[in-house]
Design a protein around this ligand. Structure first.
Ligand SMILES: [Ca+2]
Ligand SMILES: [Ca+2]
Length: 322
């Protein structure tokens, strides 16, 4: 594991979207769903492409201005773009595309709209789909049939929004995307993406969502309380069985990822990586901190990714508000 790979792990994990929801509920969320829009025709889609920013220009192009100060926000995207070229085999875009191609990441959108080119009120309902079985070879295809993962996909992953001139816009300052990321051998990582915005262009035939962008921010509270402990566990797992103190000092397998991790993070030479060692790491401190101030005053780290989606077929329960 290269020294930057934990960022890839964290980001890829974020993309394994397991739930969308609109925070607060009721009157605290003016941008949330419009109950009347549930009566509109439903259009179903499956994400067939997810794009992580590979350059700072990409990061900027995908970004939303989450704090409304006139500049686009995608700090985690910028970090990824900066690290991307150095990551070689662990390039997170490549791992992401490989997972998408096999159908390991299935994200489904149900869009309720008067018309897919124009709908002043519209709801977007997102689901996590079951992994394709047998696995796919070229990712989700137009018209494909998918199954909602009823175990891991919550029932109320709603965003309110609109479609104007063939462009969809959903979410906003109050919208929240809850992520529950199951990582092998560790506690699930539960965090929320705040101030979620989703935007896309609808093709003329209404069957494709193009130039999609999804952005939001992770609060410093979640970074410190959820992400860093998970990072510490992942680093510790990488060292297990490869490092020992039998010679009096911590020695790891030469040339192994464990050796890199030990030299970077195990500052007291104890042969393990503690949360405090991760929190005090200068690279972590420089990167994993808030760059935007959210409406509730919390500091958060911005992120935006790209996507496209094609028409799909799946069944699900009626919206809870019906
Ligand atoms: Ca901004
Ligand atoms: Ca240590």
């Amino acid at each position: 594991m290269k020294k930057t790979a934990w960022i890839a792990v964290a980001l890829c994990a974020l993309l394994a979207v397991s739930s969308f929801s609109c925070g607060g509920g009721g009157g605290s969320c003016p941008e949330c769903i419009d109950p009347g829009a549930w009566n509109y025709p439903e259009n179903q889609f499956v994400l067939d492409y997810l794009e992580l920013p590979l350059t700072s220009a990409d990061a900027k192009a995908l970004a939303f201005d989450l704090d409304h100060n006139g500049t686009p926000d995608n700090q985690l995207g910028n970090i990824l773009a900066a690290l991307g070229s150095a990551m070689g085999d662990t390039n997170p875009q490549e791992s992401l595309e490989a997972s998408m191609a096999k159908g390991e990441i299935i994200v489904l959108f149900a869009i309720y709209a008067e018309d897919m080119q124009l709908s002043p009120k519209s709801n977007l309902w997102a689901f996590l789909g079951e992994q394709a079985d047998p696995e796919l070879t070229d990712g989700p295809q137009p018209g494909g049939t998918f199954t909602v993962d009823t175990t891991n996909s919550p029932a109320d992953a709603y965003f309110g929004g609109k479609i104007k001139n063939g462009g969809g816009l959903y979410g906003g300052d109050e919208a929240e995307l809850l992520l529950s990321i199951a990582l092998t051998g560790t506690q699930p990582l539960n965090l929320s993406l705040r101030a979620v915005n989703v935007e896309f262009d609808v093709s003329a035939d209404g069957l494709v969502l193009e130039n999609g962008r999804l952005g939001g921010a992770i609060t410093e509270t979640d970074l410190n309380g959820q992400v860093l402990p998970t990072v510490a566990n992942l680093l510790q797992d990488q060292m297990a069985g490869k490092c020992s103190t039998t010679t009096g000092t911590c020695v790891c397998e030469s040339g192994s990822g464990a050796e890199t991790i030990q030299s970077m993070f195990d500052t007291d030479g104890s042969c393990d990586v503690t949360l405090a060692e991760v929190q005090n790491n200068n690279i972590i401190k420089a990167f994993l901190k808030g760059d935007v101030d959210l409406k509730d005053g919390s500091k958060a780290l911005s992120l935006a990714v790209g996507f496209s989606a094609v028409n799909a077929v799946f069944t699900h329960t009626p919206p809870l508000t019906q």
